[in-house]
Design a binder for this molecule. Sequence first.
Ligand SMILES: [Zn+2]
Length: 756
Amino acid sequence: MSHPQTHFAQTRFHGPSVLRDRRRTFARVGVKAQLKQLRATGRYDCFDLRWQPVYDEHRVKWPAPAPVFWDSDVAKWLEGACYLLHDAYDPEVDAAVRHVAGLIRGAQHPDGYLNVYFSVVKPGERWTNIRDQHELYNAGHLIEAALAHSRYYKTDFLLRVVERYVRHIRTVIGPGPGQKHAYPGHPEIELALLRLHAATGSEDAYALARYFVEERGNPRGQDGLHFYDWERRQRGDSPWKRPDAYPTADDHWYNQCHAPILEQPTVEGHAVRAMYLLTGVADLLCLDKLGVRAYHDDEDNSNRNDGECRAVTTATTTKAKKDRYFEALTRLWDDMVDKKMYLTGGIGACWGWEGFGRDYFLPAGSDEGGCYNETCASIGVVLLAERLLHLDLDARYADVLELCLYNNVLTGASLDGTAFTYVNQLASSDDQPSRREDWFEVSCCPPNLMRLFGCLGGYLWDYGAGDGNSSGEEDGGSSANAAFVNVHLYTTAVVTFEVGGGEGQGGQTVALEQKSDWPWDGNVSFHLKAPSSVETTIRLRIPGWAKGDYTLSPSPSSTTTTTPTTTTLEKGYLTLPPSYTAAHPSFTLRVGGFAPRHVAPHPYTGQRTLALARGPLVYCAEDADNPWAPPHFRDVLVSAASPVAEEARALRLRVDAARWDCSGKTGDAAVREPGQVEAEVEVEDRYVALRTEAWVRDMSAWRAKRAGAGPGLSVSEGGDGDGVVDGEKKELVLIPYYLRANRGGKGHMRVGLLRK
Ligand SMILES: [Zn+2]
């Protein structure tokens, strides 16, 4: 079963690329910068279960004081560190991982329970607020950390710990009498449990994940009440007491349980939660599709006491439940991408609940009334899209995956890997300049970036035995004479895997190398190494923005075999059959679409703006290049008719890596010899800047308007009404959005500029 988190080590980034360089920066600098923050804030040692003064500061915050998430911060760092250690060993990181893993193991209660906050700060309140207090969310990240730890260290040291914890959770939560019919307020554990099941075969993990998915949103889950309403009554909370993020009490859409998942017409609520939840649902179907674990419709949590609800559901549909889950996934995906996603792949227009707003409500920044676009939310889209590609090989998922990765995700870290954004707006304002921070009180995003980049190789492609069409193709066992690689992302990398060969027998090695200067150029050269006995099918994604402009060389018609070769393009993937790959183990794909293009948001956003894009990248203007521009580029106009020129540039930074070295300072054994510290790390990003012409909106009529005398201005007074005149032309320079906030300046930035 292919999860990127387990297969990434079969991919090597063997040449320069934006992805390789960023991943390397996390390995050389970012992992230690975050370790230093974990140490400085008390997180690093929190699993020792000693009281920390910081707990007092947060004690009265309700419902989720910051230390409630600490387990997950530490777990995500540990997970990411294990991925990075695979090909960039560092003794300090290794020692820190071992230290933390020991603490985690030592923090487990005799009954299997494992959570810092409810062991130290609120020991009597376990499982009393599953809606808000993240016990299950933390458990999910501990499971993912244990899986990464187990693969790197080849030990079940942490795996046994989380398996015990899962067994404990299953005694507390489930369909039986006397159990809580609960599911996590912040989904995440679902996808973690399914990965645990795929790795170890744990039945507890599978049953629990499936229960969480199917029980979610049951209106009469416990004693005839929605579980969260029941839980609130158990706590004795007033119905009028609600967390700040909940616009209204008890409507449950904030955490996607306002209705069973199958019945949700639109994607709602907290964006990260929604993405993690849907990734879990998709993975449940993936296990079925890939032959790991069949999803039987009759396995319906028979003890659940929601007979009335289930009867309604069964009566209204005759389709297999797994088909209806897939329909729900695509329905919610379409709703999100078409009506609730920014041009940068950001999701979550509303600050209040860090989530989705009304259809087409996509303000560019705070002074327009919104734009949150949490880094983690787009990481969630990447996770979801990767699972969906297993279920339905359609380039639209990979296009959005790439859009998010290169824009809203990549912009979440500075070029030197030590500073981060949580919120990724499309326009700065005085309240929210375009800047990064070293760390956050709720610090989910930095370690999330690190773990995504740590296992990034796993997102480039799917591959395995068989032709990639039949179910169970990735079982890696039976088919000795066929292999497939579906290439989703282009960069410079090589994947090596084996097909055929039963257990304990050697298989046949297949290696596919790709080389390119992506995302700057669309020429990708491939080289396949496979024994002649292995028939290899390769599918290449043709991005939607290429508008059908691509060429494959040599062309299929030049194939000199007895059987004619034809390539087929289906749902954005160009299939090269074994007859082609056997005749041409080296071939080149040229993808068009790298000329700069203007992109407009949907008209219903009410925004008459244009952004510039090139290949998968969306661009922004920054004051560092455009000192003439008015504040935040709010009055800058561009025209789709203007020529756009390209300029090759490079941004170089010298990072003081020694600043992040903290070996031997916190009681760990000294792990470095003197002189081992890499004092300075140079990072460089080559990029293509864009130049075009721009105009500044003339606001003089509005400035001359008598203050307080009434809203609006008649057209005759204001020139052409918008206050727009053809004034002096300026030269506007734009850089990739992901590179913003790396060069100082005032933090003025904008993606979508007024359309002339
Ligand atoms: Zn986050």
